[in-house]
Design a protein around this ligand. Structure first.
Ligand code: IPD
Ligand code: CA
Ligand code: CA
Length: 265
């Protein structure tokens, strides 16, 4: 497998998709809801996913594609090469803010993350990584992250997990929010992972993410020495939805041990 060629191909595809998204703002965007009133999708999410899929199927017919909008393959195992794509991560931001959304792509071989990409389209910041070769923001190599204590950490977390909910003991999460230096929430898991990779966030956690939210980011953060697992500390399978934490080494285990009490759901 010529991973260098796949890397170059994926980068140029993502840049072209980013251009298509920017151009889409000139027209009227069609908005629909999915599972609930705040679960939004647009015609652009669908068009961009179809754009990726038609190109990948034409040029890599043996590869499979897992895409959020469902135009890809019915992927139930990690065998072979699987492209895991979120055409627009942060659709609510895309609609309401016209910024703070990203294209997220991870390319896995037999379940191992080989290539990872997060393209913050409006900032034109491209995060990318090749397994074992380091992570980059545009042409700048991202340094390996130093350890940090909870007291000095900025944690990416959505405020809804500090309110009573069916997934996690919110009082324990409240202690984390009080003990850490500060919290942030950006509304795009991919962008939050890019911030972890670049050392702007020290951890990011969520009660429910899908493989396409984290596939690209998990490859990238690994290259700077950060760790991602579910909130039980188990490896993610990139097939099913799960809880999620990504953090610098040490801080990752510290948060799991001291602040995470999952409920049985
Ligand atoms: C969502 C974003 C959001 C996260 C949600 C995701 P989407 O993805 O990543 O930050 O909290 O769980 O579903 O729907 O905008 O692609
Ligand atoms: Ca997403
Ligand atoms: Ca999406």
């Amino acid at each position: 497998m010529d991973w260098g060629a796949i890397d170059r191909y994926a980068k140029s595809l993502i840049k072209e998709a980013g251009h298509r998204i920017r151009v889409s703002f000139a027209g009227k965007i069609q908005i629909e809801t999915k599972a609930d009133a705040n679960d939004l999708v647009t015609d652009i999410d669908r068009e961009i996913e179809q754009f990726f899929i038609s190109r990948i199927r034409r040029d890599f017919p043996g590869h499979r594609i897992l895409g959020e909008e469902g135009f890809g393959d019915d992927v139930r195992s990690g065998e072979g090469v699987v492209w895991i794509l979120d055409p627009i991560d942060g659709t609510m931001n895309f609609i309401h803010q016209r910024r703070n959304f990203a294209i997220s792509l991870g390319i896995f071989a037999d379940g191992v993350g080989m290539l990872g990409y997060i393209y913050d389209v409006m900032a034109d910041d491209f995060y990318h990584a090749f397994r074992g070769e380091g992570a980059y923001r545009n042409d700048e190599r991202l340094p390996v992250l130093e350890p940090v204590s909870v007291e000095k950490a900025i944690i990416g977390i959505n405020a809804s997990w500090v309110a009573p909910n069916r997934y996690i003991d919110h009082a324990a999460v409240g202690r984390l929010v009080s003990d850490c230096r500060g919290t942030r929430s950006y509304g795009s898991a991919a962008i939050e992972l890019a911030h972890v990779a670049a050392g702007r966030l020290d951890a990011y956690l969520s009660m429910r993410l899908a493989p396409w939210d984290i596939a690209g980011g998990s490859v990238i953060i690994r290259e700077v020495g950060a760790v991602s697992t579910n909130l039980r500390g188990e490896e993610l399978d990139m097939i099913s939805n799960d809880t999620f934490i990504a953090a610098r080494q040490g801080l990752h285990q510290g948060i799991l041990d001291q602040y995470i009490r999952l409920k049985q759901t």
